[in-house]
Ligand binder design. Structure first.
Ligand SMILES: Cc1cc2nc3c(=O)[nH]c(=O)nc-3n(C[C@H](O)[C@H](O)[C@H](O)COP(=O)(O)OP(=O)(O)OC[C@H]3O[C@@H](n4cnc5c(N)ncnc54)[C@H](O)[C@@H]3O)c2cc1C
Length: 383
């Protein structure tokens, strides 16, 4: 595994400072179901916005390898908090890539300055894994576009200023008709649903967003028809690597808490960490965490080198989220009944680990990607 360059190391250091703020507010934000405004401000003030935007457009053009380090640090504090600001980086990167109108360049600068918040709206109530099946309709009018439909599972829905909406311009044409639009929250006819009541991760204020005859100006189409799905999925390998890295961070926190507890807590006349049964359980977690990290950073290096890493990212995401869920359950068990209490961060991390199995493609979808790659050479030989 390579080391970080000096420039990367500075940004990763800034990311770790943001992670310290995330950690400070994660518990209270989840308990009170309030947005982590302190984290957003720390992230903006650290100058991290535009991590994936090319330098010529004012961004950092950060490598996947360095971004995974930032994601791991934030995941160690609270993976759910990251949902409120990391996906914005994918949106900004897509705006930067497809910018074709002076307004696109202007809005990109506004987003990078943190003056307006953005995020991705791809999933719909009836279309998740099968993203090409989205039905939100964008109809061209004499002076722009009119949108009708509903989006689901929108992270940070209530706090977003510029909704990056993927919509169908030619119903029935699948991916060929999908385009990407920036829709302002102030637009008449845009309605945001109540935040979902979930297992955890309430800090991300996930909700539905509805569009009822929402009219937007022509230039608000950022990604042209036919390119929308490609744009929405262009950062998917990186997103999966980031979820894997966050899961590693989260499991690392769990192991740390469990080890501290095991050396302090006594039962039957000795520290519980002296019982071999417990030692072996924690040793297994350490092995799986090491393997998950290796898969994650390997995928990041492949993505930086080749510009794509579908199977490697899928392996990393599947494995890291799986071992995080299993490992965090064991870390909670190490704390006995105390592991269930929110006085310790484990229950919050455990909920996030389950959530991470669905984010950016479920575990089953990672297997679809891996199997496709596995079978490709055999299909070629057999055909
Ligand atoms: C915390 C959180 C935040 C999110 N934030 C956003 C966001 O900001 N923007 C956004 O657009 N989306 C967001 N999502 C949505 C997320 O991307 C989808 O939930 C995910 O793609 C899965 O879609 P689905 O839930 O509709 O499941 P479905 O697609 O309905 O799948 C249901 C089940 O069927 C399985 N399945 C589906 N297809 C196959 C197949 N081919 N083979 C085997 N099994 C299959 C799935 O693995 C799953 O187990 C978020 C989700 C979560 C949990």
């Amino acid at each position: 595994m390579r080391t970080l360059t000096d420039e990367e190391a500075k940004l990763v250091e800034a990311g770790r400072a943001v992670a310290a703020v995330v950690e400070k507010f994660a518990g209270v934000c989840e308990r009170d179901r309030r947005p982590p405004r302190e984290t957003w401000e720390a992230y903006r003030a650290a100058g991290l916005k535009g991590l994936l935007v090319p330098k010529a457009q004012g961004g950092h053009a950060l490598s996947a390898f360095a971004m995974a380090h930032i994601s791991e640090a934030i995941g160690a504090a609270d993976p759910a908090a990251a949902l409120t600001f990391i996906p914005q980086e994918y949106s900004m990167a897509a705006v930067a890539r497809y910018a074709s109108h002076p307004w696109h360049h202007e809005i990109l600068q506004t987003l990078m300055a943190g003056e307006r918040l953005t995020g991705f709206l791809l999933t719909e109530p009836h279309a998740g894994s099968d993203a090409a099946a989205i039905a939100t309709h964008a109809e061209e009018t004499t002076d722009g576009w009119r949108l009708n439909g509903s989006k689901a599972w929108v992270s940070n829905a209530a706090h977003m200023d510029e909704h990056f909406v993927f919509a169908q311009t030619r119903p029935g044409s699948g991916a060929k008709g999908i385009a990407g639009f920036l829709v302002p929250r102030e637009a008449a006819g845009l309605e945001i649903g109540a935040p979902y009541d979930m297992l955890g991760g309430h800090v991300a204020a996930i909700a539905d967003v509805h569009f009822k005859n929402v009219r937007i100006a022509r230039e608000r189409m950022v990604v042209p028809p036919g390119e929308g799905l490609k744009a929405a999925l262009s950062a998917i390998d990186l997103a999966r690597i980031n979820v894997a890295a966050m899961s590693c961070g989260s499991l690392g926190t769990g192991l740390d808490v469990a080890l501290r507890y095991a050396t302090k807590r006594h039962a039957f006349g000795q520290a519980i960490g002296e019982f071999q049964g417990l030692q072996w359980a924690l040793a297994d977690i350490a092995t799986e965490l090491k393997a998950a990290r290796l898969l994650t950073y390997d995928a990041a290096e492949i993505l930086d080198r080749d510009g794509k890493a579908a199977a490697a990212a899928a392996h990393a995401k599947k494995f890291a989220t799986r071992v995080a869920l299993r490992g965090l359950a064991q870390c909670m068990q190490t704390l006995g009944s105390n592991g269930l209490r929110h006085d310790w961060p484990l229950a919050r991390h455990f909920a996030n680990a389950k959530i991470s199995e669905c984010l950016d493609g479920t575990t089953e979808i990672q297997n679809v990607v891996i199997a496709r790659e596995l079978l490709r050479p055999y299909r070629q030989i057999m055909s």
